[in-house]
Design a protein around this ligand. Sequence first.
Ligand code: AP5
Length: 246
Amino acid sequence: MSLVELEMPETSLTFSASKDAPEHPRSTMNVVVVGPPGAGKGTQADQLSRWLGVPHVASGDFFRAELRAGTPLGLQAQTFLDKGMLVPDDLTTNMILERIRRPDCAAGVVLDGYPRTLPQARALDEAFRTKGLGRKIDLVLMLMVSEDTVLHRMMDRISCANCGKVYNLRYAPPKEPGICDRCGHALYIRSDDKIATLQERLSIYRQETKPMIEYYQGRGLVDLVDGEQDMDAVFAALRERVVAHQ
Ligand code: AP5
């Protein structure tokens, strides 16, 4: 089974699956959740942000919302999303910086899907340093999931267009078919969850995101979590890693 993630030295593999992680995260923390498409970043970042009490900022969700609203940014992003390609770095970085400058992010943020290239990570650092954001990335949590697994997960994914909650027909179905448990809106299949597009997204992940993860790894910020486990076990492992970094 080929792994999508980086080749890491044995010593850096700190898998952890205990469900007994302490429940007292510190109040200010900026966390990035990374991993291949379909690894469970959105699922876990959503829970993590609620647990930490800070916003979940997901670049993909932003682009899809802009697209639904028919804004110029959404229309610009559409071509890239439909082909499984990355939206240009400057467009993406401006959008995310605008979001994390808002007061509700002052106590921290869980970033999901951003940064995902080396230029984006550098631009974020630069903005943190120079634009009065007064913060830094504290922890990068990387979900380790095989390519086979992510393909299976994405083929069964359905999402809520309104609140962004993600379901899986096999592993996490909604209580009522086609309806979001959280907000009651209709669920839909993402237009980029087609096999050809998925392969392209995986290929881009290997080429563009690997150098970004290495950049954070060089700063000792990356912690690996076994994303093949069930959702609760992954979440328990993530909480454990957060607590360990306080
Ligand atoms: P984005 O929305 O960020 O897509 P992605 O990174 O490809 O990740 P996904 O959202 O597909 O998967 P996920 O890891 O969040 O998994 P999920 O939790 O849904 O980006 C989309 C597009 O926007 C990009 O292709 C690009 O065009 C553009 N874009 C976004 N950010 C950009 C950036 N920074 N720069 C440039 N362009 C950008 O889970 C997947 C499924 O698995 C679900 O059904 C879920 O229920 C299920 N599942 C989750 N965990 C488990 C588990 N442990 N066991 C079983 N099933 C599970």
